[in-house]
Design a protein around this ligand. Structure first.
Ligand code: G4P
Length: 532
């Protein structure tokens, strides 16, 4: 049966899983795919995390890049819902990549390790989701291990992540004593058994908390504790409300063990029920709705040069509105030219296939020979740009020097393309034209050096540069004496980013503060995107 355009949109859920490394993101992803029948056995989804201690191992970086192409988008169907999981790198040095991917998701699942609680990387990622009002579901993982008390953990999630939570499932014991989960959402119980990892649909259910069956199943003591705890939760936590969740004002919490496939079905069933379908998106001219017939979309990720012999790149486009069709010319709004694509890729589990038509919420991978940058917009003809893929101030800054004078062209091209891909940020100093590379983590410098050599045949070296923070400068009046003075006095610290925006490279927290205090007519932005 052919579905209508609106029905196709309504049945799509595009989301990302965020967590601190090792909390269980890969394991959970895999179990979700198992439910969707998209993979047959555990172990099929490879973790894209960089192994500890392997930061200088380039084979490891290449391996990671290979895997992250394969797992960039994992799509499957469950209960006639088309689910797109957008993979996010776990390593903190690639945090910027994750931030960009979050611009393409309609909701997020946050995985937390029951023993470790809220960790640093989770805090950062959740704060971005909170700022963007992305609906979030929290999954507390590894309940088969000894960990923190459920109420303490809920407190911690509220306080450290700034969320307003309500549990939709509740654990019965934990670790050795873990007996199962009461599903508040569906009002039934699933008991934990070691068998559950073998047969993922096998669960014991009872309808009523008061029934004696509960005492028989988990023992009188656990049964009574559970009854008390559930009563307590209904007193403490707000009642679940789908609208509040979808507005980013309330976050439901589930408990489980991804490894044992326990509590995952509850999470998925609830997810397909409550998670938002593709959401409208703001552009520089207007808000665009998924149900609009004309195609629009934007590039949130670029993967390049997996085969060094071919300068081929795969640009990942999130479809915001209309349908994306093969061999149809679309307007690349930054370049002002029409492009058409003969082999757009769609993603199914770990495979990609050429497709004729894709719908809002879907991701298509387009082969590109250098037309795309992160953040570019494609439309059916309308001149507009999607907002919301800003760069943040890098944490590390180094001069990049040409180490092989015969290869300066190759070096320039390589740097240019790697920056388009979003590997790092390039700043050109006003004073002398020297190039500075800014990154989130030290690892990127090795990646850049390695890729320049292997993909572009160019050699580079680095030189340290003392920069505390980059901020983007906006003058209320570009002709003002104040702005002129600022540019003269601070000329040593000024640079242009890739879009030719003026950037101040402050060498210390103190000098940044002094400068901000002194030049009141200037605005200091900490991301590259701001309203003019
Ligand atoms: P990540 O993608 O978030 O980094 O985490 P990943 O799924 O790779 O899980 C990290 C480790 O935690 C893995 O163990 C995994 O088996 C384990 N794990 C995940 N879910 C659970 C759970 O519910 N209970 C328990 N006890 N462990 C869980 P590892 O030893 O690092 O890797 P592996 O050798 O098992 O692959």
């Amino acid at each position: 049966m052919k579905l209508s355009f609106e029905e196709e949109i309504k049945r799509r859920r595009t989301f990302g899983i965020v967590s601190h490394p090792d909390a269980g993101k890969t394991t959970l992803t895999e179990k979700l795919l198992l439910f969707g029948g998209a993979i047959q056995e555990a172990g099929a989804v490879k973790s894209n995390k960089i192994k500890k201690g392997a930061t200088s191992d380039f084979m490891e970086i290449e391996r990671q890049r290979g895997i992250s192409v394969a797992t960039s988008v994992l799509a499957f169907e469950y209960k006639n819902i088309k689910i797109n999981i957008l993979d996010t790198p776990g390593h903190k040095d690639f945090a910027e990549d994750t931030f960009r991917t979050l611009t393409a998701v309609d909701s997020v699942i946050v995985v937390i390790d029951v023993a470790k609680g809220v960790e640093e990387q989770t805090e950062k990622l959740v704060s971005v989701c909170r700022m963007r009002k992305i609906p979030m579901i929290v999954f507390i993982n590894k309940m088969d291990r000894e960990g923190k008390d459920a109420f303490d953990l809920l407190d911690e999630v509220e306080q450290k992540l700034g969320l307003r939570v309500t549990p939709l499932s509740f654990p019965i014991g934990m670790g050795y004593d873990f007996k199962g989960i009461y599903n508040i959402w569906e009002k039934n119980i699933n008991l934990f058994s070691d068998e559950s990892s073998k047969n993922i649909l096998d669960t014991t259910e009872i309808e009523d908390l008061e029934s004696e069956q509960l005492d028989q199943l988990v023992g009188e003591k656990s049964a009574n504790t559970l009854r008390e705890e559930i009563e307590l939760t209904s007193g403490i936590y707000p009642e679940f409300n789908k609208e509040e969740y979808q507005n980013g004002d309330l976050q439901p919490v589930f408990f489980g063990s991804a490894l044992n496939n326990f509590g995952v079905r509850e999470l998925l069933d609830c997810f397909v029920d409550i998670a938002p379908m593709p959401r409208p998106k703001e552009s520089d001219v207007r808000e665009v709705f998924p149900t609009e017939k004309k195609f629009t979309g934007f590039v949130f990720k670029i993967h390049a040069n997996m085969d060094p012999k071919h300068r081929d790149r795969l640009a990942f486009i999130k479809i915001v509105s209309g349908t994306f069709e093969r061999n149809t010319p679309y307007l690349h709004t930054r370049l002002g030219k029409k492009l058409k694509f003969s082999s757009p890729n769609a993603f199914f589990a770990e495979k990609k296939e050429i497709v004729d038509i894709s719908f809002p919420g879907d991701i298509v991978g387009l082969h590109d020979t250098g037309n795309f940058k992160i953040g570019d917009t494609l439309t059916a003809g309308e001149q507009m740009n999607y907002k919301g893929i800003p760069s943040f101030s890098p944490e590390h800054f180094r001069y990049i020097n040409n180490a092989d004078p015969m290869k300066s062209k190759q070096l320039a091209k390589g740097i240019d393309q790697l920056m388009d891909e979003g590997v790092a940020q390039l700043f050109t100093l006003d004073l002398n034209g020297r190039k500075v590379i800014g990154t989130v983590g030290a690892l990127q410098y090795e990646v850049i050096q390695y890729r320049l050599e292997h993909e572009y045949g160019a050699k580079c070296s680095y030189e340290n540069l003392n920069v505390h923070k980059a901020c983007w400068i906006q003058a209320e009046d570009e002709k003002s004496e104040e702005f002129k003075e600022f540019k003269r006095v601070k000329s040593k610290f000024l640079a242009k980013d890739k879009r030719d925006q003026l950037v101040f490279l402050a060498d210390s927290h103190f000098s940044l503060q002094m400068t901000q205090d002194k030049y009141k007519g200037l605005k200091f932005h900490f991301t590259s995107e701001f309203d003019n």
